[in-house]
Each structure stands twice: as C-alpha cells, then as structure tokens.
Design a protein around this ligand. Structure first.
Ligand SMILES: O=C(CO)[C@@H](O)[C@H](O)[C@H](O)[C@H](O)COP(=O)(O)O
Ligand SMILES: [Zn+2]
Length: 189
C-alpha cells in the first residue's frame, strides 16, 4: 500500500511538471481573456459533470466571493447548482441539454463559457460550448486525455496530458486556483 500511495503521488507530481513545461502560456491566455471580460462588464459561466461539477462550483465561488484579496465581487455562475433547473431540463429535454439550455437562457455575446471535462467528450458540455460559440461567447475548455471532441470547439483548450481522471481533476483545480489568483491580482492590485 505504501508503494501505491507513493506511486500515485509521483504520478500527480509528474503531471504538474508537464503542465509547468507545456501549458503556462495557455494558462496566461485564460487569465488575460477572463480579466478583459470582467473589465468589459461580462460574466463567466462554468460547467462540468461529477467531480468537474464540484470544480465548476469551486471556481465560481472564488470569483463571486473572493480568492485572497478584499475586493469587489465579480460575476460567475456554475451551471450545476440548481436541482430544479437540472431536473426540469433533464426530464423534459434530456440530460444532454442540461447545460446548453442554461446557456440559451443566460449567455450573452462576449461572456466567457468554461467547460470542464476530463475525457473531453461529455455531450452536455459539448452542446453547451457549441451553442456558446454561436452566441458570440469566448469558450475555454479544461480537459484531459487527448482533449476529445470538446477541444475543437474551444478558443483556448487546456488539455492536461494524462488519461488518469483523478490526476486530470487535480490539475484542473490547481490551474483554477492559479487563474483566480492572477485575475484577482491583475484587476485589484
Ligand atoms: O470525480 C469523478 C472521477 O474522479 C467522477 O465523478 C467524474 O467526474 C464523472 O464520472 C464524470 O461524469 C466524468 O465526466 P468527464 O470528466 O469525462 O466529462
Ligand atoms: Zn474525482
């Protein structure tokens, strides 16, 4: 068991090293896109399934509340939080529509729409990002494996280079924290 724990921690560490070597310019691009959107009065909509739903909510909470600085609130909505909306859309239109219907209701041109998917292939995230693009939003993917089908419909696709879902999720939350920190510092210091 000790060896297995050590192996998993080493895997985590290796993924973080790859991100440092390969993905810092793209992370900076996301910081810039989000900062510009907030400066222009736009909002951020975030979505994902399972662990990525939790990460979406965590992300929105850092933005609406605060990360580290005492500052004005910023607008972000996680699309996985309202069980009445999710069950109504899921029941009436199907689970694939649970996010796209909310994009139809909430997204305006210039807003930022962020999809989290470790496989890059969740149909409900794909449909929502596709519609977001049609509506003139900027689309960002926090993805894993080879980025899947979602990679192709993102203005910026952050593809964490591993097939291991938990390692992808750990990388996503690290990237989310770095983005929140830099957006906040850039806008408020
Ligand atoms: O947290 C985990 C696995 O670590 C699961 O809940 C996982 O998020 C769910 O299986 C999701 O449905 C996977 O969807 P996706 O990341 O491929 O879009
Ligand atoms: Zn998980």
């Amino acid at each position: 068991m000790i060896d297995e724990i050590a192996r998993q921690l080493q895997d985590h560490h290796s993924v973080m090293t790859l991100i440092q070597q390969q993905m810092t310019p793209q992370i900076a691009e996301v910081v810039e896109i989000m900062s510009n959107a907030f400066t222009s009065g736009k909002k951020v909509l975030i979505m994902g399934n399972g662990g990525s739903a939790a990460d979406s909510q965590h992300f929105a909470a850092e933005i609406v509340g605060r990360f580290k600085l005492e500052r004005a609130a910023l607008p972000a909505i996680a699309l996985s939080t309202d069980t009445s909306i999710l069950t109504a859309i899921g029941n009436d239109y199907g689970f694939d529509a649970v996010f796209s219907r909310q994009i139809e209701a909430l997204a305006a041109s210039g807003d930022i729409v962020i999809g989290l998917s470790t496989s890059g292939n969740s149909p409900n995230v794909f449909k929502a990002l596709e519609l977001a693009k049609e509506r003139g939003c900027r689309t960002i993917g926090l993805l894993g494996r080879d980025g899947g089908s979602i990679k192709n419909i993102c203005d910026v696709a952050l593809v964490v280079p591993t097939n291991d879902t938990p390692r992808v999720q750990e990388a996503h939350i690290t990237i989310i924290h770095i983005v929140c920190d830099l957006v906040e510092k850039g806008l408020f210091t």
